[in-house]
Design a protein around this ligand. Sequence first.
Ligand code: MN9
Length: 310
Amino acid sequence: MSEMQLNGLIAATVTPFDSAGVVDLTAIKPMIDRLIESGVTGLYVCGSTGEGMSLTCQERKSVVEASVTASNGRVPVIVQVGHNSITDACDLAKHAVDAGANVVSATCPSYFKVADTETLLSCMGQIANAAPQLPFYYYHIPALTGSQIDVVDFLERGGARIPNLAGLKYTNTLIHEFQACQYTRSRNFDVVWGCDEMLLAALASGATAAIGSTYNIAAPLYCRIIEAIDAGDWKTARRLQYHSVAMVNVMKSFPFHGALKAIMSMLKMPVGSCRLPLNELTENETVSLQNGLKDIGFFDWCGHETQIGR
Ligand code: MN9
């Protein structure tokens, strides 16, 4: 059971909000339909992109239920249950099972930093054990959790300690470490790439799946990168990957999540704004984001229909 393998481009889905800032469950199905049409092969729900940490547990559960229903078995639904309270994380993991999700994933607690591998194993062991029927993926994102754990050591020891540990979502930029995670002796772990703008490098280093925010807005572009590599055409793959680099650079010159949600609206996937502490873009920022994207040709190569003129 732990020898699970995710494949392709998994969208880290956003959580739609209405104009009053309430989670808009009705926007989830149309969004997921569009994502699947665009080539997405899985959904990672309530992660960083989904602002999972800014939602109440009840909201997280309702988003998971709506996402599982909307996916309707078409693509796997991975539920991110990380929480500063391990008890709440376990409760969310149990709920993911009852809701019919396919995979559970969790960040480590982050207010108090996790000090060492042993502590991380204890935290993740408890959460994984709350949903023993499902494969479990540790969500490694040191830039946000602030915990600098040796992930290779975690996997080596986790193989013996956590029966349903299937792998991890690796959101860091250390390609050599990402590769080492795939060669652990304890088990054949599924190591999923999490930095979209470096997908090409990750594919070259053995990635078979990637989870990320920009697969919401440019999955067709990334599909073309994979096709180019499959055809041995590295030159094309590099040129297309550079589109992703340019896109992320433009997005990062604004508050990133606000930019992502604004772009989804431009691509006819209205998902509303962000929740504090994240901020939505001002009208001026939205215009300048759109201009920045036009400048790099985003609307020509993202592969989505738009509701703005060229
Ligand atoms: O984990 C995302 N990371 C964060 C996935 O949200 C911190 C990525 O998809 C990035 O948003 C993306 C842009 O840097 O690579």
